[in-house]
Write a protein that binds this ligand. Sequence first.
Ligand SMILES: Cc1ncc(COP(=O)(O)O)c(C=O)c1O
Length: 390
Amino acid sequence: MPYRAGRHFLQIPGPTNVPGRVLRAMSRPTIDHRGPEFQALGHEVLQGLREVFNTTHPVVIFPASGSGAWEAALVNCLSPGDRVLMSDSGQFATLWKQMAVGLGLEVDWIPGDWHHGVDPEAVSARLADDRAHAIKAVCVVHNETSTGIVSRIPELRQAIDQAGHPALFMVDSISSLGSIDYRHDEWSVDVTIGASQKGLMLPPGLSFNAISDKARAAHRQASIPRSFWDWTAMLAANEQGLFPYTPSTNLLYGLQEALAMLREEGLSNVFARHQRHAEATREAVRAWGLEMVAASPDDYSASITAVVLPKGHDADDLRRLLLDRFDLSLGVGLGRLAGTVFRIGHLGDLNDLSVLGTLAGVEMGLTLAGIPHNGHGVEAAMRALVAPVG
Ligand SMILES: Cc1ncc(COP(=O)(O)O)c(C=O)c1O
């Protein structure tokens, strides 16, 4: 591909733009991962991650994409044939379910329409029916990257408690961590799954499990075969700031820098920034007269907006046009939303003008593709962005 002047607009819902500070941090020479300099780095990032997950409990780091941390959560806590309760909230929930089935688990699957978050009442009802406590874990995707819909974790926690059920609570925070408020301890989550390439502003390649005491106790009984993902070996090495195998040293340099940046901005400011950008994006979509996948404001994600095109128009044609004409990448429609939906990622390292540039690209693309819309989306977003915060 010949050189294209100007910045590429990577507005897919992850991987997100990696800031220069993180890229420069990662360019430092790799060091001995068993030496004292590494140990200091290990201690610092393992401790720093706890702040992002809002936990005082251990967070482990795998040199893997998010799917690795999904698998680690399941194999460390469960035994073959165990039942898990999952909900059809979108494509990532579906993929996690497929993984659970592949690992020999029995999945109780709550149906969903992909337009709403996970229903706490449905979870509570399924758990109340399970008098023998055969269900060993409730697994939920906090922010469905395929639909731009957020599920309300505190209400789901309450639903589990109301049913008086002892199942573990596992939450995928892959596209919410570092962009939407998340509280592992306060919400009594047992295993939180995270990954590097979204709100943490890093390249793909690191993923995380935050682990409660209850999950550690379950881990001691769990018998799905595991080796690479084993928490025991990982937690023992982490005590010394080390890893049981070769870690992704340079990604950890990046993580150290990203954690410093999140701390400098302040997590509450990071969350507020994401909310402002999400609302500005939604204002643009409303002004265009297009539909969002999220059915109601309660479901809106602060990190992703999934937009439905009018019937007869192909979202992938629009995406191709935007890449060719404006060097703008938007997220593809996934699973049952393929071809009818495009996704705008507004998470990670971005400011007001990056959001407006993205929306300007989309608006011009809609016009060029002959997709009926009302125009004025960028104007509506600008109005939202200059409105007093309050
Ligand atoms: C919510 C969610 N869960 C899981 C995954 C899978 O992660 P990965 O593709 O990094 O393996 C993704 C990827 O985008 C995701 O958004």
